[in-house]
Design a protein around this ligand. Structure first.
Ligand code: MN
Length: 384
């Protein structure tokens, strides 16, 4: 079997390192072609020595010499800078680009990979949030496929596999509810960074963990689902399911519901996306119904967790609003992690940006880039 050649953008993060675990279990199927990291040169060097990619990119240019020197005895090309990150995906030898970058930084590299007709294993939901309509158009034009890595969207994708386009009626997007499920706004007045980072089921990077605690993650995922599966907002139902066993479900026009289940382990959707259309045998831990005798479901609390409501608002308004939502969220999450602002204040600031930032009805990529810049500058002035 010809090995699939994989480029991992963001190989030192949570998804990137788990993807490398998946690849090392299946060296007969997958080969690492490109690894990229923003700052973590130490881990990037270690990964490069182990997986021997064709090339690596360290985005932080100050770390180029260190990476170059450490890999000088290996046949590995070393690049640095944001332009290299955007260009590297165009290499002919790449089959699949796993986009595991955090946030908005994933947008331009993903667009380039799509323009080169690559298969995208998408772990960077923010790209679809910011530019969903443009991305859809580019995928059609360049015949690029997006296979979702996000566990909920992987679940939906798997449930829809083999179904006709007109058979889908509704998507049930499940949410764990995060560490603050069941709390009210009063309870959340003084929550700390540490409490917000303590996710009950999933072990993830800090940005997405705060997004899960604030339910912004689910808001972003509603927008991601809309663009991935071409469904209207009213056909996406968020269901809080604290055990995170059902990763999402779909309802068909005949009333049948199909769900995808499993233990919460990101290696499963990562492997599915890399291996698609094949299901690849593995030795990962297995789910047992008898270890999970109780699966429960509840409605999300939109009053306490305003971010979910704001996400609906942004996508309904359309244009550059989801881009504003995303940029504002990235700034406030960063500020919360630096203990500059309180947990509840995050939503207030996002709401403020949605009202104040210049609205663009039909944004181009350039418009979105300036919306992102404008939103960050506006918020930074308020916060710092
Ligand atoms: Mn998810």
């Amino acid at each position: 079997m010809r090995k699939k050649k994989i480029a991992i953008l963001g190989s030192t993060g949570s998804i990137g390192t788990q993807a490398l675990e998946v690849i090392s279990c299946h060296k007969d199927r997958f080969e690492v072609e490109v690894l990229t990291a923003k700052n973590n040169s130490e881990l990037l060097i270690k990964q490069a020595i182990e997986f021997q990619p064709n090339s690596v990119v360290i985005v932080n240019e100050n770390k180029y010499l260190e990476v170059h020197r450490s890999l000088s005895n290996h046949n590995i090309k070393v690049y640095s800078g944001r332009d290299s990150l955007e260009q590297i995906v165009s290499s002919d030898s790449i089959d699949v680009v796993l986009t595991a970058l955090v946030g908005y930084s994933g947008l331009l590299p993903t667009i380039n990979a799509i323009k080169c007709g690559k298969t995208i294993a998408l772990a960077n939901k923010e790209t679809l949030v910011v530019a969903g309509e443009i991305i859809r158009g580019l995928c059609t034009k360049h015949r690029a496929n997006i296979i979702p890595v996000d566990s909920e969207h992987s679940a939906i994708f798997q449930c829809l596999n083999g179904e006709g386009e007109s058979s889908l009626e509704k998507i049930f997007l499940t949410a764990s509810g995060g560490p603050f499920r069941g709390k009210n706004r009063g309870d959340l007045l003084n929550v700390t960074r540490k409490e917000a980072l303590n996710h009950p089921n999933w072990n993830m990077g800090p940005k997405i963990t705060i997004d899960s605690a604030s339910l912004m993650n689910k808001g972003l995922e509603v927008i991601e689902a809309k663009w991935l599966f071409d469904v209207s907002l009213s056909d996406i139902v968020v269901v809080v399911h604290p055990q995170s066993i059902i990763h999402s479900a779909v309802q068909f026009v005949d009333g049948s519901v199909i769900a995808q289940l499993g233990i919460p382990d990101m290696k499963i959707p990562i492997q599915y996306a890399l291996g698609y259309p094949d299901r690849v045998k593995n030795e990962f831990a297995r789910f047992s119904f008898f270890n999970h005798p109780e699966l429960t479901f509840e409605k999300p609390d939109l009053e306490t967790f305003k971010n979910l409501k704001l996400s609906y608002l942004a996508i309904e308004k359309g244009g550059n609003s989801p881009c504003v939502l995303n940029a504002a969220n990235e700034v406030v999450v960063d500020a919360f992690l630096k203990e500059k602002i309180d947990f509840l204040y995050m939503s207030d600031l996002i709401e403020n940006c949605l009202e104040k930032i210049t609205f663009v009805e039909k944004p181009t990529i350039e418009d979105l880039v300036s919306t992102d810049t404008e939103t960050r500058a506006y918020l930074n002035k308020i916060i710092y």
